[in-house]
Design a binder for this molecule. Structure first.
Ligand code: MG
Length: 225
């Protein structure tokens, strides 16, 4: 039997379709403070540049660049109000869509170890993982669990440190994810869904950063292993 692979997954855009949740929270928060609409393509342009993995920082940047003088904390509070809603669960977070088809992680976990390194806060990652795939991913590392966010390899290194598996693949959808894998010296599989704005550019950017493959969905991953 071949030794298993340590598969580390990014969450947003990989395990979860966030078009109507996080990405929508960026759009609504910009409109709230700056008064104008932005498109999903604009958000994708920033993601493809790299350095904009953090949705709060990106939202603040767009508002600030438009000339509106509002503090970072105020922007984050409003973003979270849209995203989490009044009681923490009834905001845009409700619109998340779990991408994996039933059985995928059961099959993968028979031969491989599954883990998560996400730019989400640990608690926001757990809310979603407990809802759709409780107990499947160990450990789960959020952005507040490490000293440096992506593209720093801190999260990947922390997961690897506790496990003996030699072969490691990080699965992500952004330029920062690919850079994170490069910095950690592990393999990278890119995900670019058919609906990704600027899909061709995104695929090219991920390949340029060393992706061993770019797949349309996490449901296609088994053929790559
Ligand atoms: Mg992502």
């Amino acid at each position: 039997m071949t030794p298993g692979i340590l598969l580390i997954f990014d969450m947003d855009g990989v395990l979860v379709d966030v078009t109507d949740s996080y990405r929508q929270a960026i759009i609504q928060t910009v409109r709230h403070f700056a008064g104008f609409p932005i498109t999903n393509s604009l958000i994708q342009d920033f993601k493809n540049q790299g350095g904009w993995n953090d949705d709060w920082a990106l939202t603040f940047h767009i508002i600030h660049e438009s000339g509106v003088d509002v503090g970072y904390d105020t922007v984050v509070r409003q973003f979270q109000k849209f995203f989490r809603g009044e009681n923490g669960y009834d905001g845009l977070i409700q619109n998340e869509r779990w991408i994996a088809k039933p059985g995928l992680f059961d099959r993968l976990s028979r031969s491989h170890r599954l883990s998560v390194f996400t730019g989400r806060l640990h608690e926001e990652a757990e809310v979603t993982l407990n809802r759709y795939a409780p107990g499947v991913f160990r450990p789960v590392i959020g952005t507040d669990d490490v000293s440096e966010p992506k593209p720093s390899p801190a999260g990947i290194n922390r997961i690897r440190a506790g496990l003996p598996l030699k072969r490691v693949i990080y699965v992500g959808d952004t330029v920062d994810d690919a850079r994170c894998a490069q910095a950690a010296k592990v393999s990278f599989i890119g995900v670019a869904g058919p609906q990704t704005p600027r899909r061709a550019e995104t695929v090219q950017a991920l390949e340029h950063l060393g992706a061993m493959a770019v797949i349309e969905s996490i449901n296609d991953i088994e053929a790559m292993l």
